[in-house]
Design a protein around this ligand. Sequence first.
Ligand SMILES: *Cc1c(COP(=O)(O)O)cnc(C)c1O
Length: 374
Amino acid sequence: MNIQMVDLQRQYQKIKSEVDKGIQDVIDTTSFIKGPKVKEFQQNLEAYLGVKHVIPVGNGTDALQIALMALDLQPGDEVITPTFTFIATAEVVAVLGLTPVLVDVDPATFCLSIEAVKKAITPKTKAIVPVHLFGQNADMEALIALAKENNLSIVEDACQSIGSSYTFSNGKSAMSGCMGDIGCTSFFPSKNLGCYGDGGAILTNNDILAEKMRAIANHGMKVRYQHDVVGVNSRLDSIQAAVLDVKLKHLDSYNASRLQAAKYYNNAFQNCEKIVTPITASNSTHVFHQYTIKLIDVDREALQQHLASKGIPSMVYYPISLHLQKAYQNARYKVGDFPIAEELSKVVLSLPMHTELTEDELKHIAHAVLEFLL
Ligand SMILES: *Cc1c(COP(=O)(O)O)cnc(C)c1O
């Protein structure tokens, strides 16, 4: 068995003819930048998500940066983000001279804690960046209410959650990334909708923000060679759009495969006292970008070594919370400030999760985990 954390090779074999044709078409027309394929994918993604504007950009980090640039924040303005996430979420805040204000997370969903956000709001707070970590949505209803009360913008980091949906208490639902003022997603190859290089997109229902962000992503330009605002150069290229347009058609079935694998794991581990399986919040679907368990009184490194000896990879997402990262150390934070995130860093383990896992492989993985723990 050749088990990968993410198996893009086997996935490609199943869609090879479609993908190859899409790429070849772009090469034949040589419209590599801003070609019709990019527009086509953009419109298909808008329809899939039910969102007014998709702005394709170079990667998910750029999407987050451009979103924050569009909010006209001033140096020193505070942006609240969870401490338990991938670095990009806070990185763009720091790069723009804004102040990342980190908050702890909910131990069950791994997403930012609404109570913690409440406590972190100051007169300088201007925006909140919730991260829909591992594939399920943060508690958006409570967060949107809090943002309204305090006149704050919400930029969703939906880099891990594309295709998941959230249901509000009035029964209405929305796709991940389409609930706040702006949503950001990444098409990094291993993401749930991944291309064959770098890519990302900004999502919004706000016409004014959309126009502004389109300009920012294009050197601050609306009319050619007229630069109204300081921008950046961030584009999704046509070859990546061609790959994504093929894979978008399969996204729901890919996410269904992930859910099926997650259910297999949940079932296999349900009677093991040393494993807490991931929960799915009642108001969100889960697209399992990662399948992440919590270990109770287990030597995690030894378990990982045991799995590796059986040809099974595993990963720790994330081993160090952002408030303990050297680049983000300042007078504000010290060890012990965010006990939930710090504890999670010690006990989480992500198992192989992708669209191609077979029942034999899942059985092999679950067996190897349990054999070590029992
Ligand atoms: C992947 C990811 C990003 C960044 O996306 P890139 O396309 O790699 O720039 C940002 N935030 C989170 C939570 C991610 O998982």
